[in-house]
Design a protein around this ligand. Sequence first.
Ligand SMILES: Cc1ncc(COP(=O)(O)O)c(C=O)c1O
Length: 389
Amino acid sequence: MKISTRVNHPPAVAVPVDNRPLVAPIYQSVKFTFDDVAESERQSRGQREGFQYSRVSNPTLQQLSLTLAQLQGRDGCLLTSSGVAAVNLALLSLCKQGDHVILFAEMYQPTRYMIRRLLARYGVTHTMLSIEDTVGIEQTLAEKPTRLVIFETPSNPVLKVADIQAITAAAKRHGALTVLDNTFAGFHNHGQFDIDVFVHSLTKYASGHGDVMGGAVIARREITDRMRQDFIVLGATLDPHTAFLIQRGLKTYALRYERQCANALAVAQFLEAHPGVAGVSYPWLSSHPQYQLARAQMLDGGAIVSVELKERAVAPASFANALELFAISASVGSTESLVQPGQLMRPRDLNEAEQGWAAVSDRTMRLSVGIEDVEDLIADLGRALASPL
Ligand SMILES: Cc1ncc(COP(=O)(O)O)c(C=O)c1O
């Protein structure tokens, strides 16, 4: 064989079945081959196990899917190239023309855009409420046949806590599905509730290091099986190398999240007692309006703290600029601490009443608390709060 043939047909290395690598390898191959046409056909008809093409499935993706489904307490998972792609897959796959969706002003802005602008073009109608309006949810469900209720808890960025039991019970009574974007609370939370579909951005706590993007739709297998053909054709799948990095990041998920939550609680307590702060929202602070609910339905308070700076105490931009350990950044869930000032989070697509529900002002600061030493973080916040007006 000539060299050009040889390099394209290298010797295969067989790993004995009783001699596996401790870390699963990355299957960085788009195509998988069978020795026999009939077997290839049987696989494509679902009559045997195996893989053909990585947009459909790949062993590295399958391993991550199984891991995430288990963490969230379900048995089906579809992986997407970003969190937004997971939200979009769930919405596109579950809705059809003429359906009605309930969403909330306190949601991630691209989710609102997807429903209010994009799905609207395809004949899906919606009602947008405040996540605190449990009466409005019940009333809307009673008045309008509704396909699904999509919500987040704790909400971004002011961390309102939704009553999951009340929302799922109302949705079930009226035959609507529930979709929970569980990115902020994480896989270890909320699995006990009768949620039909979870969506996650893996860009945050799952990968954990702020270096890759990904998303997941997690549900009972019968639901993800029904979505699978749409998923394959929409094409926003995850790359195997990214899936490998997320799988690696997950090994420290519990350690990171535990440390981040402990740091966040200490940061929240420090800020609440500071004279330069008008208010702090953190689900596990006893001053949080839904403290009892948050204690009952979450295993921890999360790693995000929302702070309202006092007027005439510190200028919001000076505060953010003065922080040395909190990087000014969109997104959350890195090992480093991050700050996002209200002026960069203002929900400009909302009217005045809806902006009131979203409750983001120029004095709001969202802190994504990292795994640094908490005394250093508190000292940094103290210094920044003392910066001149
Ligand atoms: C609650 C929530 N859902 C979804 C997303 C989208 O995730 P991604 O940036 O991975 O597309 C984000 C991103 O910030 C988010 O905060």
